[in-house]
Design a protein around this ligand. Structure first.
Ligand SMILES: *Cc1c(COP(=O)(O)O)cnc(C)c1O
Length: 217
């Protein structure tokens, strides 16, 4: 598929469920993709991208930002506290805030640097031990902690278990967001972004469906 096809599918789904056209932000997930493919998508006019790793983004995006205006890069992968400063310098949004230690580090850096990227709290909706994210039962308290630090919490993020119906996880994420008065919902990837749009996603994170399969070899 291509960027324009994915965008068309999103617009069609927005329309089908009665959402305003353009309500959903498409994050093109460029992790591991060769620079030529990323540049092609930039040349088509797309400006919002997602990366999983601080180091990889640091090697790629400063140059693209010089070449193309208005680029926004979102961090989607787990963030270690010792890379928080570099992440704040590189990214316009961070989707993986999931523990008090990281919240405290970001708040300290925000005080020192005078700005902070938009933050999404990652919720481990499937309660998978290998996955990052705050557990659903702990989400309300963690959101309150982040707010008491005056962190700019704009949304919640989830990655549903690979072998389960994603809609149940999207619904749970939406429920937690609603009862906490949070607007943003970062949910939906290549295989399920249309369902996510139907269930209220404000940000979908689509990689392979835009760029092709990732080659990790
Ligand atoms: C890699 C990744 C994506 C994109 O996955 P695709 O299946 O290629 O669309 C989305 N979100 C996160 C957190 C990811 O790590």
């Amino acid at each position: 598929m291509s960027l324009s096809e994915i965008t068309a599918h999103i617009r069609k789904e927005e329309n089908r469920v009665g959402r305003p056209s353009g309500d959903v932000q498409l994050i093109a997930v460029s992790k591991v993709q060769p620079n030529e493919r990323v540049e092609a998508v930039l040349s088509e006019g797309h400006r919002v991208f997602g990366e999983n790793k601080v180091q990889e983004a640091a090697g790629k995006w400063p140059a693209f930002r010089e070449q193309f205006e208005g680029v926004k890069v979102h961090l989607l992968g787990p963030l270690q506290t010792n890379k928080a400063r570099q992440a704040m310098e590189l990214f316009d949004a961070i989707h993986s805030l999931d523990r008090p230690k990281l919240a405290n580090a970001l708040a300290r850096l925000r005080d020192e640097m005078g700005y902070c990227p938009d933050l999404f709290i990652q919720v481990n909706t499937g309660e998978e031990p290998q996955k990052a994210g705050v557990l659903p039962a702990d989400a309300d308290a963690f959101i309150a902690d982040c707010r008491s630090l005056n962190l700019p919490i704009v949304g919640l993020m989830c990655i549903p278990p690979a072998d389960e119906e994603p809609s149940l996880h999207f619904a749970l994420l939406r429920k937690i967001a609603q009862r906490n008065g949070i607007e943003g919902l970062s949910m939906g990837m290549s295989g399920d972004y249309e369902r996510a749009v139907a269930m209220g996603a404000t940000h979908v994170r689509v990689g392979s469906a835009i760029f092709g399969e990732r080659d990790y070899s």
